[in-house]
Design a protein around this ligand. Sequence first.
Ligand code: URA
Length: 223
Amino acid sequence: MKNLYNALQLKQLYTLRLLGYNYSNISPYKEDEISLQLPQNMQELKKQINNCHLCELSKHRKNAVFGEGSLNAKIFFIGEAPGINEDASGKPFVGRSGEMLDKIMSNVLKIPKEHVYITNIVKCRPPQNREPSSVEAHTCLPYLYKQIELIKPKIIVTLGATAYHYLTGDETQISKIHGTVIEKDSFTIVPTYHPSFLLRNPSYKHEAWEDFKKINQLYNALI
Ligand code: URA
């Protein structure tokens, strides 16, 4: 699987850079190795993530947080990383920011939670809830790509800057790009604010509500 191969190569290069290398032609992974294939179904993928030790975050987790929701979801939410409650339960968005996301879904988006799929950029909790490092995010991204490939959503909503930046590679500030409808491959991507940012900065709720109303229109146009 090309994405996993690339992630492992990148991880190796980051490690070498930390060790002081500026150039390397070391190629430790062979693309056709069986172990680089990610499973073609969600159950097996979840098992693989539960047993993943590709980055530092795996050392501290209680539970990997795979993701949750409908396997036929047309709308797919991506957050940043599990927090303490998610790490304890193994489920995404169950803490305060989860409550906020639930309220947005029922009151603004008006889509039942069971109809969407929710996951994160990284599947394990970063210590002290810090932002995932670039190595951690890139190492975990192939799992997210595979989830997207298997679920085939039409709309992808990125929650917060980290999710948007790592999914698209675009580093535009979230305050500038939120609410923009981006057509990429067969997906419509809509970046918006992270629920925990809205809890800390309630004055941004109005902007976020407008984003979610737009997402609601896009969703209604699909069904
Ligand atoms: N914040 C996130 O980004 N993801 C979660 O699952 C919980 C909080």
